[in-house]
Ligand binder design. Structure first.
Ligand code: API
Length: 276
């Protein structure tokens, strides 16, 4: 059987997107790892799957799998591509799309200018919600990483994030410290490791070593987590422009209990078919 898919990206964070509303396929971690290989497969950071909703009040279920085959709770750049995909495929005529994910409900708005704004839900901070091993909730924690002691903030956007402030992002050893944080024993389910350089009160630069995918050109939930951490620490004021290697995202957050609003592009690259 041939399975249709669309290759897409959000600021260079790239995806294979498949519609399992009108198609059927049995996915496995092994198959996803084969597909994600950038030499022998299609190549992507994440696989995004469109399914019918479980909850009749929602329009779709949105499932996310990392390149390593693991299913995860949320993907922000993917959410914008999801919105573009379901409109392009005529799976919906709505411009406000309500979607259920393993990390909680999100709302996608396709704007007149083609940008997409996502209500990502409220961030969570308690260690149990990250999950992260700590005695009490704090704004920052000291994490032993290799020979170093790093100050990190932790934020859940449905998926887990650590945020470390650095002075010079270009020279910071993301490739060596990222994987040590990603698989640090204090993060029970692993973590996406963000590294942020403050520019001014409304701007910051960010690199993210993603759980299950490595360093990506952009990370939407990572941008949300970094903006929220910067605001909580008093370094940033909403709205915040987060500049990632692949481009910038506009983030707004009105404070604890309020949703994080992320706005950015979604790009279609090509249509494909693969035998399953
Ligand atoms: N690697 C992430 C999932 C993808 C998130 C990222 N691509 C985004 O745009 O938010 C995790 O394991 O939680």
């Amino acid at each position: 059987m041939l399975l249709r898919f669309t290759k897409m990206h959000g600021l260079g964070n790239d995806f294979m997107v498949i519609d399992l509303v009108t198609q059927h396929a049995q996915l496995s971690a092994k198959l996803i790892r084969q597909w994600s290989d950038r030499h022998t497969g299609i190549g992507f950071d994440q696989l995004l799957v469109v399914e019918p909703p479980g909850n009749p009040d929602m329009d779709f279920r949105y499932r996310i799998f990392n390149a390593d085959g693991g299913e995860v709770e949320q993907c922000g750049n993917g959410a914008r591509c999801f919105a573009r995909f379901v409109q392009d495929k005529r799976l919906t005529a709505k411009s406000e799309i309500h979607v259920e994910t393993a990390g909680g409900p999100i709302i996608l708005n396709v704007n007149a200018d083609g940008q997409i704004t996502v209500d990502m839900g409220a961030p969570r901070f308690s260690p149990a919600q990250i999950p992260f091993q700590a005695d009490t909730e704090a704004l920052t924690y000291t994490l032993e990483v290799g020979e170093q002691q790093l100050q990190i903030s932790t934020v859940s956007m449905g998926n887990p994030h650590s945020v470390t402030l650095v002075d010079d992002l270009d020279s910071f050893p993301v490739a060596s410290l990222g994987p040590l944080i990603e698989k640090h024993p204090r993060f029970d389910q692993g973590v996406n490791a963000g590294f942020m350089q403050l520019i001014d009160r409304h701007h910051a630069r960010l690199r993210v070593y993603e759980r299950g995918a490595g360093e990506t050109l952009a990370c939407g939930t990572g941008a949300c987590a970094a903006a929220v951490a910067g605001i909580r620490l008093g370094h940033l004021v909403s709205p915040v422009s987060i500049q990632l290697p692949g481009g910038s995202l506009h983030i707004e957050w009105a404070g604890p209990g309020q949703p994080v609003m992320m706005t950015g592009p979604a790009t279609r690259v090509y249509e494909g078919q693969i035998r399953v």
